[in-house]
Write a new protein. Structure first.
Length: 315
């Protein structure tokens, strides 16, 4: 017997898990996301004490598998699911029948975890860090350091444990985070030199951030591009088949339907999805990186421009 926490891989997920651990006590921690949550649930033993799932949304195409896993677990666990992302209505209805579901808008999932599970002043301070990160503000040094940590699976778990126990990461981990943050800032500087900006027919600008083949901190690049006033929406191409969209200005755009149409999800202002690329395209993509643009990526760019008001007329 024991507790189990499943959480997202970003800063909000890290902090959500830490607040949950402070509330329920020692627990096994696993990281997951909308595309992998069914698989993660399949690895949870059939019985225990409290299973907390935080900052993980449900995609329509994985709903049936998630429901099957929850049916397996519901008799052996008290299951608490806390999230602040928009869900399909059917998903909320079916899952709320099997778990204690808290699903409503908030600056961060950590904020809801604090409200539902409770916490002290330290937990409140942690929630402020998550709010700062998940609203893409990053005005706090703590949120920027945790963003650098979040890119490493090993360091993510360590951060959760240390935040839960001490309220902040150890001096050793903070030193590592500062090194990673410096490297990330240099990466952002170089990536900005390669950004392509395309104007739509409505005048909204799409910044295309192509990080193939190795990926990188795309959200940080998008944030800086927006801060510089160079784009209204950013498309980050992480790999041959994985992308994210970010709103980089005050323009009233809802990006989530685009991501949902590609098997993803998230917020109206920040979301992600996947592309189905053929074998030849995947091979060329891996070999040539950003020097090769398969038709699926070109079609995605056209789709985004159409949603933003169509392509700009030729000059």
């Amino acid at each position: 017997m024991g507790n189990f926490v499943i959480t997202h891989t970003d800063v909000d997920g890290i902090v959500s898990a830490a607040i949950a651990l402070r509330a329920v006590g020692e627990a096994e921690v696993k990281f997951s996301g909308p595309r992998s949550i069914a698989r993660t649930l399949s690895r949870v033993p059939g019985s225990g004490d409290v299973l907390v799932i935080c900052d993980v949304a449900v995609n329509r195409d994985s709903l049936d598998r998630i429901v099957r896993e929850l049916e397996r677990l519901r008799e052996g666990w008290r299951i608490v699911w806390i999230d602040h992302h928009p869900w399909p209505e059917e998903a909320a209805e079916r899952i709320s029948e099997m778990v204690d579901l808290t699903l409503r808008p908030a600056p961060s999932a950590a904020r809801l975890v604090l409200e539902v599970l409770g916490g002290d002043e330290t937990a409140e301070r942690l929630a402020e860090i998550a709010d700062d990160a998940d609203t893409a503000t990053y005005s706090m040094e703590e949120s920027r350091l945790l963003r650098a940590v979040s890119r490493s699976g090993r360091l993510r778990l360590r951060a959760v444990r240390e935040l839960a126990e001490d309220g902040w990461i150890s001096q050793e981990l903070e030193s590592e985070a500062r090194k990673r943050l410096a490297k990330m800032e240099e990466f952002v500087r170089r990536a900005l030199e390669r950004v392509v900006v395309v104007e739509s027919g409505s005048g909204l600008r799409l910044g295309i951030i192509d990080l193939r083949p190795r990926g990188g901190p795309g959200s940080a690049v998008a944030q800086e591009l927006g801060r510089m006033g160079r784009a209204d929406v950013c498309l980050v191409i992480y790999s041959c088949d994985r992308f994210s969209l970010y709103s980089c200005s005050d323009a009233p755009v809802n990006l989530r339907p685009i991501c949902e149409s590609h098997g993803g999800g998230g917020h109206p202002f920040a979301c992600g999805g996947r592309l189905e690329i053929g074998l030849l395209g995947r091979v060329l993509c891996r070999l040539l990186g950003r020097w090769y643009t398969p038709r699926e990526i070109r079609a995605l760019i056209d789709e985004i421009l159409s949603c933003l008001g169509g392509p700009a007329p030729p000059s």
